[in-house]
Ligand binder design. Structure first.
Ligand SMILES: NC(=O)c1ccc[n+]([C@@H]2O[C@H](COP(=O)([O-])OP(=O)(O)OC[C@H]3O[C@@H](n4cnc5c(N)ncnc54)[C@H](O)[C@@H]3O)[C@@H](O)[C@H]2O)c1
Length: 342
């Protein structure tokens, strides 16, 4: 029998009733203490309001945002498992975290190596017994035209930025799902929203991380697991120093153009670090985003404006970028948060 709707309000009520009643049934089935943990938000699920006594795994913790995520989580009372391919910088993060009264485990690992990633949860469980938070933060890039980029460079970025995130998520999910409240935090980029030249492989990974993460956010809505995608703008980290330029691209100016900077890689790395938001501030924004259950966590006004620009003019946002990038670079907060050991 055809459905007869008398007016718009009738229509809305008809189509939303099954959805609302199933959510109500779900809500009523929860114990009061579980209901207390819920905070209303657009997608539902448990909200982690406090990191004390949690166990957090952070990849790429030897530098930049990963290092400060580890420090801020430790300061908040979480035990941290810090992972990085660079054992020297990882040791330094470990030393810094040891200033807080929490357990820390440092694991040297290549997130681009599937078998190493698959063995990670066992090591974490053996030491800490559980995992509450996973920060898939490690990332690299290669600045090069696609035409001249070697397949080796392409695979290097894909393996770390995309397969590393997917493999770690798959490996840790069973453990995250056992906890009363858990969070998965995948780092994409504002370059997962907009594209520039000479970053095709980075875009391929960061757009994919965004799609993967937003899909998971929907699959795990109304569960113990909150899923977040992070979109930083320009953060003053070592990412340029830690990344590569194509061996096959002899054009120095073109390499510089990929990042809107000029000079050698060392000079560009210094400029990039100097002009970005301080990574401690970025880490705080990310953790605040988890606590307020934001599914997309934009880090910096540049990220927010670039996202807005691509919504307003999807094919011409690149023409708007120069208008606000210079003022934003000048205004950005480059000072570290107070009361941190570094
Ligand atoms: N800095 C920015 O402006 C910016 C903007 C958008 C997104 N991001 C993303 O933020 C994340 C953190 O980067 P960052 O800016 O702090 O850079 P960073 O270079 O300072 O830190 C990244 C860390 O990842 C580690 N790493 C690299 N390859 C690895 C591997 N194979 N296995 C394990 N660890 C590895 C590096 O050794 C380094 O310690 C990355 O995913 C990056 O793509 C950064």
């Amino acid at each position: 029998m055809p459905i007869q709707l008398r007016n718009a309000a009738d229509g809305i009520a008809h189509f939303t009733k099954p959805f609302c009643s199933s959510r109500l049934a779900y809500w009523e089935a929860l114990a009061p203490h579980q209901q207390m943990r819920f905070t209303a938000n657009s997608i539902g699920g448990v909200v982690m309001k406090d990191f004390a006594q949690k166990v957090a795994v952070i990849t790429g913790a030897g530098s930049g945002m990963g290092r400060y995520l580890a420090l801020l989580l430790a300061r908040a009372g979480a035990d941290v498992v810090i992972c990085d391919v660079n054992s020297d910088t990882l040791k330094e993060t470990e030393r810094l975290v040891q200033g807080y009264n929490v357990a820390v485990t440092a694991i040297t690992i290549d997130m681009g190596d599937k078998s190493q990633v698959e063995s990670l949860p066992e090591q974490v469980i053996a030491k800490h017994g559980k995992v509450d938070l996973l920060f898939n933060n490690a990332g690299v890039t290669v600045g090069a035209d696609f035409e001249t980029m070697s397949e080796k460079d392409w695979d290097w970025v894909m393996d770390i930025n995309l397969h590393g995130v997917v493999n770690a998520t798959r490996a840790f999910l069973p453990y995250l799902r056992q906890q009363p409240e858990a969070a998965l935090v995948n780092t994409s980029s504002i370059f997962g929203m907009i594209a520039v030249a000479k970053q095709s492989v980075y875009h391929a990974t960061k757009f994919a991380v965004r799609g993967f993460t937003e899909g998971l956010a929907r699959e795990f809505k109304d569960t113990n697991l909150s899923v977040h995608c992070v979109h930083p703008g320009h953060i003053g980290t070592n990412i340029v120093a830690n990344s590569r330029f194509s061996e096959n691209d002899p054009d120095i100016d073109a390499k510089a153009g990929a990042l809107g900077l000029s000079g050698s890689q060392t000079e560009m790395a210094d400029l990039f670090r100097h002009h970005g938001m301080h990574p401690s501030r970025a880490a705080k924004i990310i953790l605040d985003g988890v606590k307020s259950n934001r599914r997309r966590i934009f880090v910096g006004l540049d990220a927010k404006l670039l996202d807005l620009a691509q919504r307003v003019t999807p094919m011409h946002y690149d023409k708007l970028m120069p208008l606000f990038m210079v003022p934003l670079t000048l205004l950005r907060n480059k000072k570290p948060l107070k009361d941190l050991p570094i």
